[in-house]
Write a protein that binds this ligand. Structure first.
Ligand code: PMV
Length: 325
């Protein structure tokens, strides 16, 4: 029996849409920061049949099928490396992350699962290989394998390992804070797996992929490497708003942002201009606003967040990625 602990990561260049749905080969490259909490513990062991339990989520037949499919794909991938059988496992998830509120719980769960399986099988695996296993359950999960700042790069082929995670810099490179404002804890109606499949129907999607490939991914990586918050802010906000434009114009349309999200964005823009604060906003598949900031802005942003009525607030910093406990 092996347990891995993992956390969400929040993308600064977002992954939206696949080149290959079944293998979850990402259409575009992406970049993120791994958070230091909240965490998920995933325990795996060999079993006669697949058995999944979760501390905070009802395991519907649909969720069990997702785990089954993920294990089959991980099995197919591991077979290209060595012999093992991981299709029948007992999986226990002890999660401290509220599901479906834009806090990337699936990234933490599937990175934890991949790390735990890597600990269970007796095959030496690199973090890059473990990131491929994580991606087979949730594309963004491949970035949580790494501490600090992670990214996904694409190879030109369509093999099962054609998109891989890598580490831009570890958690000691640049400590940023993520002040998370959750306006609604309602479960979202359409999850990202379903949403990715229709990404190409947006008239803005082709341009999005081209901008990321030609410019945005590199600019984001450079900004992180040089700890250049101003550039990080510009490119991350451009990319987040562009992903939401694509989501809102795909068929059927996906409107994850709420009036509250837009109000918070406007107020943050005003505060940062008038008070010269290093803070940026980004949103994933939900109305939750992530306010990334440097140490000097943290107290001010936190006090702003705490003034928001009816919102849940979480606080996180740069984390160390998935690890065995
Ligand atoms: O990993 P998935 O399939 O849950 O997709 C995540 C997509 C976004 O959160 C919207 C963006 C990202 O890069 O994390």
């Amino acid at each position: 029996m092996i347990t891995a602990r993992s956390t969400p990561n929040i993308a600064l260049i977002k992954y939206w849409g696949n080149r290959h749905e079944e293998f979850r080969l990402c259409a575009g490259e992406s970049t993120s920061m791994t958070l230091d909490g909240p965490y998920v513990d995933v325990t795996v062991d060999y079993a006669d049949t697949l058995h999944v339990t979760s501390s905070n989520k009802v395991m519907t037949a649909e969720s069990v099928v997702r785990f089954q499919k993920t294990l089959e794909l991980i099995q197919a991938y591991l077979t290209t490396i060595d012999n093992c059988d991981v299709t029948n496992l007992s999986i226990d998830i002890q999660s401290h992350i509220p599901p479906s509120i834009g806090l990337a719980s699936s990234a933490a769960v599937f990175s934890g699962l991949a790390k735990a399986i890597a600990g269970l099988v007796e095959i030496p695996l690199t973090d890059e290989q473990i990131s491929v296993m994580a991606r087979l359950g949730s594309g963004s999960a491949s970035r949580s394998i790494f501490g600090g700042y992670g990214a996904i790069r694409n190879e030109e082929n369509m093999f099962i390992d054609g998109s891989k995670g890598w580490q831009i810099a570890d958690e000691n490179h640049w400590k940023l804070h993520d002040i998370i404002i959750v306006p609604s804890t309602e479960e979202k109606k359409v999850g990202s797996t379903e949403g990715h499949a229709n990404a190409e129907t947006s008239p803005h999607y082709k341009q999005r992929l081209s901008d990321i490939a030609k410019r945005r991914q590199k600019e984001c990586i450079d900004a992180i490497a040089h700890k250049d918050f101003e550039h990080l802010q510009t490119v991350a906000e451009q990319d987040a708003m562009n992903m939401h434009l694509c989501m809102q114009t795909q068929t059927p349309e996906l409107n994850y942002l709420s009036d509250e999200t837009h109000r918070i964005i406007t107020e943050i823009q005003e505060i940062r201009t008038s008070e010269h604060l290093p803070v940026l906003y980004t949103m994933d598949a939900g109305p939750t606003v992530h306010l990334f900031c440097e140490e000097e802005a943290k107290e001010r942003i936190l006090s702003y967040a705490n003034e928001q009525e009816g919102c849940q607030i979480f606080e996180a910093s740069t984390g160390s990625g998935a690890h065995l406990i």
